[in-house]
Design a protein around this ligand. Structure first.
Ligand SMILES: [Zn+2]
Length: 634
């Protein structure tokens, strides 16, 4: 059962600054008596250079400074240390030598001379592709940037980051403006100064800045206050459609209704619209770092692809930031994170974010169902599930981000997102079934994510047993066995019970859905995946072959290139025609294939025509999924 008294000592407070300062000065007595000062200089951001000057209080003797390695929300050691450059340390006007730790690439050792009480440090961050594959690397365009503070931050190693005080400032290029969850206190020319905070909250509070910038208040009737901080590469992009602003305000209302609580003092959606920045979605307690293509919210055809981004990252303020698996609630950014419960952290957020996206009007119920069909089918045919269970994709999260498409169906990727969402749909529909529709996942959310109302940002860690206990409080059931079976299953097919209980069946159609057309239109991918087992680029290069499919049996592999189909030069439509023509016949499809400069003929023995996933209503059953997607807010 759920024991608040048991959880309470686990609460890790993000103390507000008023309560914070005496505590910090006390806790940091060994290392410092003053806060760190940091000024990030974005004036060179347009050419992918970010500078910072830091003043770090120290005591004489050996000191180890570190940068952040395990970045919250990325679930891996993605701190962009490879792009931290230009490190120069001064004390009393004299340069001091530093030496990087021989094992920990993020740590720097410095011998502080007698009489020295602070170090003056300069660093530069190169916002260019690097070996850590951090989303910070692609965080600039010529006209905007979203700076995550780990890019330029150094602080004493070995101290919990919530105990280190810091006073941040940001210098902008001429004409730029900024948005952030940090509290501005004053401006001085192009520099904005912010209220004192902690290293933990600083890393949790990115800054969006740009030449074309606009802050839009959302849901004005709601307290705490919400804002959209928008930066764009063109001035006309700032004129968002009224429907988009309306959906964001609805999202604020719907999330309040769903979680019956808020765990922030105010919330800033940071949104960078750019085709020149790397896409991103990173959650924070009081803000989120969202970067999408320039027209993600003005081009209707992109709605199915980006509609759930803001609802997903916003939901993380409750599920991921406030409630966090104990293995991910680390005291600093050097301690390795343990991701075994990411199917709760990300999987439930995926599910809730998609539902909120429909309830707020970012997506239609039809678009939701098309996206669900596609992800359910992708998981259902994925053979990697027979050697690796879902929990292993969560445990191994830190090595599964990125990577190519090649043989990804055999490797499995970060399936704890989409398959986690399927499991939470299963949980939701099972609660509804067990309680005769009197209760739903909403009741779990209120208990588990709300925990009794509004709080300032804080972390309340949980274990698997806490999840089970709260589910039992909502609807008694053997939830431990229910969840364990699903996350450790090596069954050949995905858990689709939630779809069935929702009143639908996963089927295959001979026409791609609107969702798929949006994906294919954007990426130029040729999809013969659910049919012959082939995913291709527009030029015929095979990006993946589904293990066990007709293409696999024909000996094809990724990185080979299909040059011709039945004697005709390859194109998506030519392949589609050949698949249709071979349907119901015994005649194989003849392919000319190139592999590293060598050519051969391949006979593809496939006769079932084109196949694209879809959801079909099951007659005579209640439309539970339809009920789930209805708005909750009054
Ligand atoms: Zn997420």
């Amino acid at each position: 059962m759920f024991h608040p008294a048991r959880l309470r000592p686990l609460v890790v407070a993000f103390v507000t600054i008023f309560a914070l300062l005496p505590g910090i000065f006390h806790a940091a007595a060994q290392t410092a008596t003053q806060p760190i000062l940091i000024t990030a200089d974005l004036t060179d951001a347009p050419r992918k250079l970010i500078h910072a000057n830091l003043q770090i209080p120290v005591a004489p003797g050996p000191v180890t400074l570190t940068t952040a390695k395990w970045i919250p929300g990325t679930h891996r050691p993605s701190g962009p240390i490879d792009n931290l450059t230009g490190l120069v340390v001064h004390a009393g006007g004299k340069e001091l030598p530093w030496r990087r730790d021989d094992v920990d690439m993020y740590a720097f050792h410095i011998d502080v001379p007698q009489g020295v009480t602070k170090l003056d440090i300069h660093v530069d961050f190169l916002a260019v592709a690097g070996s850590t594959v951090s989303s910070d690397d692609g965080s600039t365009s010529g006209l905007q940037t979203t700076m995550e503070w780990e890019e330029v931050l150094l602080y004493p190693a070995g101290v919990p980051v919530r105990e280190i005080a810091v006073v941040p400032s940001v210098k902008l290029p001429a004409e730029w403006k900024l948005g952030t969850a940090l509290t501005p206190t004053s401006t001085d020319g192009s520099t904005t100064h912010f209220a004192p905070t902690t290293i933990e909250m600083l890393v949790d509070s990115p800054v969006i800045a740009g030449k074309y910038f606009r802050e839009i208040p959302l849901a004005p009737d709601v307290t705490p206050k919400h804002f959209l901080d928008l930066a764009a590469d063109a001035p006309e992009d700032l004129e968002l459609k009224p429907a988009m602003i309306e959906s964001l305000s609805k999202l604020v209302h719907e999330a309040g209704a769903m979680y019956d609580s808020r765990h922030y003092n105010h919330y800033n959606f940071l949104l960078g619209l750019s085709d020149r920045e790397e896409g991103n979605g990173l959650e924070h307690h009081q803000s989120s770092d969202n970067r999408t293509p320039e027209h993600a919210y003005s081009d209707e055809s992109l709605a199915p692809l980006f509609g759930d981004l803001l609802p997903h990252e916003y939901t993380h303020s409750w599920n991921g930031k406030y409630r966090r698996p104990a293995g991910l609630a680390t005291p600093d950014y050097a301690t390795p994170m343990q991701g075994s419960l990411l199917w709760v952290y990300e999987g439930m957020t995926q599910y809730l974010g998609e539902i909120l996206s429909v309830r707020a009007g970012f997506e239609t119920p039809e678009q939701f169902k098309e996206a669900l069909a596609y992800s359910a089918a992708s998981l259902d045919v994925k053979p990697g599930r027979t050697w690796r269970d879902l929990e292993d994709t969560a445990v191994a999260s830190s090595i599964l981000r990125g990577g190519g498409r090649e043989w990804s169906n055999w490797r499995r990727g970060q399936d704890y997102y989409q398959e986690g969402a399927l499991i939470w749909l299963d949980v939701d529909t099972t609660i509804r079934k067990l309680t005769g529709d009197k209760k739903s996942l909403h009741d779990f959310c209120v208990l588990f994510l709300g925990k009794g109302g509004n709080t300032p940002p804080e972390v309340v860690p949980y274990t698997f047993d806490d999840v089970v206990a709260t589910l039992n409080q909502v609807a008694p059931n053997d939830w431990a066995a229910f969840l364990r079976e699903r996350v450790t299953s090596k069954a050949a097919h995905a858990p689709l019970e939630g779809i069935t209980q929702g009143g639908y069946a996963l089927v295959y159609s001979d026409k791609p859905s609107g969702y798929e057309r949006a994906v294919l239109g954007r990426t130029g991918v040729v999809d013969a995946y659910f049919s012959a087992g082939l995913m291709l680029r527009a030029d015929g290069t095979i990006s993946d072959v589904l293990v066990g499919s007709a293409a696999y049996k024909a000996g094809l592999g990724p990185a080979e290139k299909i040059i011709a189909v039945n004697g005709r030069a390859f194109s998506g439509p030519v392949l589609a025609l050949a698949l249709k023509a071979a349907k119901g016949t015994t005649q194989p499809i003849d392919l000319i294939v190139e592999n590293t400069g060598f050519f051969r003929i391949v006979h593809l023995d496939y006769h079932e025509g084109e196949k694209f996933p879809a959801l079909k209503r099951v007659d005579g059953t209640p439309d539970v999924l339809g009920e789930i997607l209805k708005p909750l807010a009054k």
